[in-house]
Design a protein around this ligand. Structure first.
Ligand code: GUN
Ligand code: ZN
Length: 439
């Protein structure tokens, strides 16, 4: 007998190990068509086939029967802005104009904690209904925005990492702070939230153009004082942005050199985008153990460019997938993977389903340095997972009958799938969201 708290029966797919090249992923992929997951104290206790596991079931506790459904590790969104939820689909601009025209006015509202709470709760319910169980999240400049998000994530016991945006130049009057204020407020937020429940704090300088040297120096000090925190920022997303950074920081040869100079590279540093990187920058990301977030729907929507997945593998740089809402156009990791495939196609790179789902789960966990805690169904990992119905539309039902194996089914899921395919999202061993509960 296994002394479990919950057992779930269904098809199980995950990737057993972190991989340093794309070809290895398929070798480490595991599929059990009729499987059982045993859960105890919020963690995976065992993962086995039905045949093997049936004997361990307790007649009283029983099990949750999800036959016909696919259980995957919860999706990990490596880059997203919760305050931008309400501005998805803002028309017509590229990055720098998009920020001043749409983003800054929207973000200014988050000084009001009640407003921030309303959007934070909506945002987290969107994560769950789209199958995302962990995210690395930008808040706004206002500490209220961080308190609102972390309060809701803590209530649900989610593994969520977030931080207050830091920015002290080239921003509107209504959205600015000094480097000293930014330092003090961030410090207080770290002390309040880091390691509460499963939360993590990410020091969050918005990007080099909105940072003075003093601000980046304050970030450096915070990193030194709180080495267990994460760091998130933007890097080399748009050609005009890169040119601006070169003007602002002429003493540094490349964009990443600015961050590296202030010791912002390193473990638990996640740089969003990294589209227009030079070889030395890729090398620096590798050497410092930094990670990048590939955000395909955002990169296409803002016309930023094509992320070079092959260069990322060649340089052995950790990578996660981000939705980058609201420049990104969906919370759905399935749709995001579908767009990642198309970005690959434009560079003659074939993103296979096993690789795509790796990036959205264990690879993302590796990028965030959480692969000892989440990312697959290994015993001892936290039981954050998603129950997927692979065929919820007539087209999906027809297409599914033609799939020859799980890989084709997963590929069709990332091509045709979206939030309608998410039946349930489990957090810490408990079902936190279910279509059954939605009228
Ligand atoms: N660069 C600086 N700020 C932002 C932002 O909010 N979104 C994106 N996509 N890029 C940025
Ligand atoms: Zn972003």
């Amino acid at each position: 007998m296994i002394d479990y708290h919950a057992a779930v029966r269904g098809a199980l797919f995950d990737i057993a190990e972190v991989c340093d090249n794309a070809d290895d992923i398929a070798h480490h992929a595991r599929f059990i068509e009729d499987g059982l997951l045993f859960i105890r104290d919020g963690k995976i206790q065992a993962r086995m086939s039905w045949q093997e596991g049936e004997q361990y079931l307790d007649a009283h506790k029983g099990y949750t029967d999800r036959r016909g459904k696919l259980l995957l590790p919860g999706f990990i969104d490596a880059h997203v802005h919760y305050p931008q939820t309400e501005m998805i689909g803002a028309f017509g601009e590229q990055l720098l104009e998009w920020l001043t025209t749409y983003t800054f006015p929207v973000e200014s509202q988050f000084a009001d904690e009640a407003y921030a709470t309303e959007i934070a709760e909506f945002f987290i319910s969107q994560l769950l209904s789209h199958g995302t169980t962990t995210a690395l999240v930008f808040c706004t400049l206002h500490p209220e925005s961080v308190n609102a998000l972390f309060s809701e994530a803590l209530r649900l016991n989610m593994r969520l990492i977030a931080g207050k945006v830091m920015m002290d130049r080239h921003t509107p009057e209504y959205l600015s702070e000094t480097a000293e204020q930014s330092y003090q407020q961030t410090r207080e937020l770290i002390q309040r939230w880091q390691h509460q429940g499963r939360l993590g704090y990410a020091i969050t300088p918005r990007f080099a153009p909105t940072s003075s040297p003093e601000l980046l120096e304050a970030v450096r000090r915070l990193r030194e004082e709180f080495p267990q925190t994460w760091l998130q920022t933007h890097l080399s997303e748009n050609p005009n942005e890169v040119a601006w950074v070169n003007d602002l920081w002429p003493e540094h040869q490349r964009y990443l050199d600015v961050y590296h100079h202030y010791q912002l590279t390193g473990e638990r540093s996640v740089f969003a985008h990294g589209i227009h990187l030079h070889d030395e920058e890729w090398q620096c990301l590798h050497d410092t153990g930094s990670a990048v977030a590939f955000c395909p729907t955002s990169n296409l929507f803002l016309g930023s460019g094509l992320f070079r997945l092959p260069a990322c593998w060649q340089n052995k740089v950790r990578m996660g997938i981000g939705t980058d809402v609201g420049a990104g156009t969906t919370f759905s990791m399935l749709r995001t993977l579908g767009e990642a495939y198309k970005v690959g196609q434009l560079q003659s790179y074939r993103l296979r389903a096993s690789e795509a789902f790796y990036h959205a789960t264990l690879g993302g966990a590796h990028a965030l340095r959480l692969d000892d805690k989440i990312g697959n169904f290994a015993p001892g990992k936290e039981a954050d997972f998603v129950v997927i119905d692979p065929a919820v539309t007539p087209l999906q039902r027809l297409r599914n009958t033609r799939c020859k194996d799980i890989y084709e089914q997963l590929f069709v899921l990332m091509t045709l799938g979206d939030e309608r395919n998410i039946s349930e999202t489990w957090i810490n061993g408990q079902c936190a969201w279910s279509t059954a509960a939605v009228s």
